[in-house]
Design a protein around this ligand. Structure first.
Ligand code: ADP
Length: 539
């Protein structure tokens, strides 16, 4: 069939061109790795992205080549986002919080040719450099004055690399299905898996993300993306900001409560995005100095479930609406968003908070369904739970250089999450499939238990795992970290929980620990804990 409409490609470079033509004056503020505050505009960012593309061309980088980054959320990283993808190469953001062996494995698997590195991560690169097989040049993201002595071959200083390059670059008209960016899952078991985003998927995802029914980003939004640019493209924020002219306030490496608070108030942030741990840090800090946020309207929370106590704290203390969102590396990452609706906002506060604890409804473009183990689709009744499957134009179709098809079912992607869907298609995660606790034929959600436990005033962080039990197969074990100068006993905790969950959900034991292990993306790492406590309830 011949189409009667134009077939213009959706390209990352067109986002930049749009930003330059339509809102070149919009601001990009960064707390730099060097410590000071840097400000410029989209207009200046575009000129420097062109310099990056020219410099990479000079270094011999060709369309399709992978260029790695180990970097914080900063204006230089933003220039790489657009310079690398714009020229047709692939922006490969690497998560520096992974184990050094994983970083090495990923860079080798992707065959990165050039690696851009923030000062913070130089020691990491120095430690693994001998094992990086394909890297031809390492660019340190700083200027001549702060450039350290580096004991590696082919090291270039970022500002020196681009200094003499032209600010003009003819962004090529690529195929919209060409690769634009690459991100690896953290692979808690086995090797990480690569997800190769295309120009088309990236632009469509940005379109979906900025919409009012999703993250609601516009020219009057001031965004604080705490969610890292080294993990799933900072939830697509750099692209969505280019599309809309929103102001960006990049936190750089300073993610503690005090630094975030300063940046939020100084830059008048209206929309902040990050994982629950970051917000816990900020909320605790604000409590400790008895301060209120004055400009933030919405806080987007994803990556792990947002506890009810956090939803309440943002609303009651800071007048900010917590937008719960869900997604994953394989989904670019946005899948669902629990955005405000007239109906939701009309509910009494506590009822509304309970609804906000759900992960929300799909962004247009994403389809969801739940199935049982036999593959039968399950009802949308808000109670029945099953394996959550997704499909859409920004969802992975196969992993990069990996034949594993086990997550792909008849054109759908199996997320590995267990969830319910209600009549209005609102999704609620019950658990990761591997974390759900199977007790005497019933399922217990570790996430729900954790969320109730952190609602206790003495608890800083909680983790629930299923451990083997002689009679019930598995029973929940609760591990808690206490807040400084707070106390709680096992009995007090069980008493507290029994007011909130069914009796058979109550943990068989409660332990107070100093630390809990986390993955490189800030999620509780339960595999090792399950091994460590495997005999805890056995006779
Ligand atoms: P990885 O850390 O493996 O790279 P992602 O960062 O892609 O993984 O995380 C994806 C997973 O994180 C989801 O499958 C889900 O289990 C969990 N997740 C993401 N958002 C939420 C949320 N709002 N509530 C609960 N779990 C979430």
């Amino acid at each position: 069939m011949t189409s009667h409409m134009m077939d213009r490609p959706l390209l990352v470079s067109s986002l930049l061109a749009h930003a330059v033509q339509n809102h070149s004056q919009a601001e990009i503020v960064t707390r730099r790795v060097e410590g000071d505050i840097h400000r410029y505009t989209w207009g200046e960012a575009a000129l420097r992205a062109a310099k990056v593309a020219n410099a990479l061309t000079r270094l011999g980088v060709k369309p399709g080549d992978r260029v790695g980054t180990l970097a914080w959320n900063t204006y230089r990283h933003l220039e790489l986002y657009f310079g690398i993808s714009g020229m047709g190469a692939v922006l490969h953001t690497i998560n520096p919080r992974l184990f050094p062996e994983q970083v090495t494995w990923i860079a080798n698997h992707a065959e990165d040719r050039v690696l851009f590195v923030d000062l913070t991560f130089l020691p990491l690169v120095e430690a693994i450099a001998d094992h990086l097989k394909t890297i031809e040049a390492i660019v340190v993201m700083t200027d001549g004055d702060t450039m350290p002595k580096v004991n590696l071959p082919n090291v270039i200083c970022y500002e020196e690399l681009i200094a003499r390059e032209s600010t003009q670059y003819h962004w090529p008209e690529l195929d919209e299905r060409a690769p634009a960016a690459l991100c690896y899952t953290s692979g808690t078991t086995g090797n990480p898996k690569g997800v190769m985003y295309t120009h088309r998927s990236t632009v469509l995802h940005a379109w979906g993300a900025q919409a009012p029914a999703a993250l609601d980003i516009g020219g009057d939004t001031v965004i604080l993306p705490v969610v890292p640019m080294f993990h799933v493209n900072s939830w697509g924020i750099p692209y969505a900001a280019a599309m809309t002219g929103a102001k960006l306030a990049f936190p750089g490496p300073a993610l503690d409560g005090k630094s975030l608070h300063e940046l939020i108030e100084r830059e008048q942030v209206t929309l902040a995005l990050g994982v629950p741990t970051v917000w816990l840090g900020l909320l605790n800090y604000l409590d400790s100095i008895n301060a209120r946020l004055t400009t933030v309207k919405r806080v987007v929370v994803g990556g792990s479930a947002a506890p009810l106590s956090m939803i309440r704290a943002f609303d009651q203390k800071h007048g900010a609406f917590l937008v719960h969102a869900w997604g994953m590396t394989e989904m670019s990452p946005l899948g669902t968003v629990n955005a405000p609706t007239t109906e939701l906002m009309a509910l009494p506060a506590e009822e509304r908070y309970a609804r906000q604890a759900k992960q929300g409804r799909p962004v247009f473009g994403v389809e969801l369904k739940i199935i049982d183990d036999a593959g039968k689709e399950l009802p949308r009744d808000g109670k029945t739970f099953g394996r959550l499957l997704v499909r859409g134009p920004w969802i992975v179709g196969n992993y990069y250089r990996n034949d594993d098809r086990s997550s792909f079912v008849d054109g759908w992607f199996d997320t590995g999450d267990v969830a319910t869907l209600d009549e209005l298609n609102t999704m609620q995660i019950v658990d990761r499939k591997k974390d759900v606790i199977k007790s005497g034929g019933e399922w217990i959600s570790s996430i729900d238990l954790e969320n109730v436990a952190v609602g206790h005033p003495a608890i800083k962080e909680a983790c629930v795992i299923g451990v083997p039990h002689p009679k019930w197969d598995e029973r929940p074990l609760l591990l808690c970290i206490l807040k400084d100068n707070h106390a709680c006993t096992k009995e007090e905790m069980l008493d507290y929980l029994s007011g909130h969950v069914a009796k058979f959900w109550l943990p068989d034991d409660v332990l107070f620990v100093k630390d809990l292990p986390h993955t490189a993306t800030g999620k509780l790492l339960k595999v090792d804990l399950r091994k460590q406590y495997a005999n805890h309830l056995m006779p």
